[in-house]
Design a protein around this ligand. Structure first.
Ligand code: OSB
Ligand code: MG
Length: 385
């Protein structure tokens, strides 16, 4: 057998950093209305309720965003479980002078709760980058580059409304378009988009709506030349995806099923997917994301950065992450205006004339959290330290 963990970690630069001293911690929940409801096979979201963590350290302030929702419809973690795990288990383990790698080891005693762990890791790394006066990607040991864009289009009322949304995405120069599907709202809806855009890099995301009994229906998607089908089967499955992948020409991509490097290794070994969606929150942070991306890329498996319709804080983290080794495909990184009229950070994410996204320059995440907008949007505020 072979070890899953490589001798030299792709996250080595981050693992070696020292945990800074923290003198204040606040949890702030903000509610931002979406410009339009975001529909998936599991739920329709109309607002973003984001749990933010604000770290204070010797005059500096660093924010991070948890990618959980108030509900457990995408993930078993919710804003309430994250608050509990942060407060009662993770934050008490944070000790200045430990390395980030050692802190991550301490966190392993807490099983699961990757979104909560990522919130702490993101905040500390942002703080360290601010303290050093360098952008996050530089802390990761990665040079700046333009990031590819991708749009995730929710379920629509009619195929016409879907095609209109795809038309807007193509006009904006998005590098690929993902459309949500569910049982019965799939083959004909993909056909409508394909007829209008025969060459568009296109993919679908089912958020686990199908079972193996639907294999014949999913096989009908093969004729559309999709880049991939994301998470057709259960959120907790890997093995059945390996059976389905054998039945399909189209590549499968796993999202919900992947909670860390071991899951990714199992999926690759089983042939459960040819592409992995890495969400830094779902896998417990940037360090684990870098390991998964390098591992998959080294085995010919495509990798991209997923999104959780984050505010500008989490969106910036995803942008920096995509400078890492292995991110070969456009991710779910869209313009701020796709979700929000007014975000809580400046500047918003916008695409350049070729559809690329620039890394916000400046130390840390490179975006500025606007205090008045936090106050305007806050629906909960709790000081922990
Ligand atoms: O399945 O990738 C998903 C949003 C919330 C929860 C799950 C998913 C999504 C998206 C949107 O598809 C990604 C984004 O634009 O941030
Ligand atoms: Mg998905």
């Amino acid at each position: 057998m072979f070890p899953v963990t490589p001798r030299s970690s792709p996250a080595a630069a981050l693992e070696a950093l020292a945990v800074p001293k923290i003198d204040r911690v606040d949890l702030v929940t903000v509610r931002l209305p979406f410009v339009a409801p975001f529909g998936t096979s599991v739920h329709v979201w109309t607002d973003k309720d984001a749990l933010l963590m604000r770290l204070g350290s010797e005059g500096l302030t660093a924010w991070s965003e948890c990618v959980s929702d108030p509900d457990p419809f995408y993930s078993s973690e919710t804003n309430a479980t994250v608050r509990h795990i942060l407060k009662d288990f993770l934050l008490p383990l944070v000790e200045p002078g430990l390395t980030m790698g050692e802190l991550e080891e301490r966190f392993r005693r807490v099983r699961g709760h990757g979104m909560a762990k990522a919130t702490v890791e993101n905040g500390l790394l942002n703080l360290i980058a601010l303290r050093k006066g360098v952008p996050l990607h530089e802390l990761m040991g990665r040079p700046a580059k333009r990031i590819m864009s991708g749009l995730s289009i929710g379920l629509k009322e009619t195929p016409e409304a879907l095609v209109a949304a795809v038309e807007r995405a193509v006009a904006r120069k998005y590098h690929r378009v993902k459309m949500k599907v569910k049982k019965g709202q799939d083959v004909e809806w993909v056909r409508a988009v394909r007829e209008r855009f025969p060459d568009l890099p296109l993919m679908v995301d089912a958020n686990g709506d199908y079972t193996l009994a639907d294999a014949a229906r999913l096989r009908r998607l093969d004729e559309f030349g999709l880049m991939m089908i994301e998470q057709p089967l259960s959120y907790s499955d890997i093995y059945e995806h390996s059976l389905l992948q054998k039945e399909l020409k189209t590549a499968l991509c796993l999202d919900e099923s992947i909670h860390g490097l071991a899951d990714a290794a199992a999926a690759v070994a089983l042939g459960a997917c040819r592409i992995v969606n890495v969400k830094q929150g779902r896998v417990g942070g940037l360090m684990e994301s870098m390991r998964i991306a390098a591992y998959c890329a080294g085995r010919g498996v495509g990798v991209w950065s997923g999104g959780m319709d984050e505010t500008g804080i989490g969106r910036a983290v995803n942008i920096h992450l995509q400078t890492a080794e292995g991110f070969s495909l456009p991710g779910d990184t869209s313009e701020t205006s796709n979700y929000f009229d007014e975000d809580i950070v400046e500047p918003p994410v916008v695409l350049d004339a070729d559809g690329f996204i620039g890394i916000p320059p400046g130390p840390g995440l490179g975006v500025e959290v606007v205090a008045e907008r936090i106050l305007k949007r806050a629906i909960g505020w709790e000081r922990l330290l």
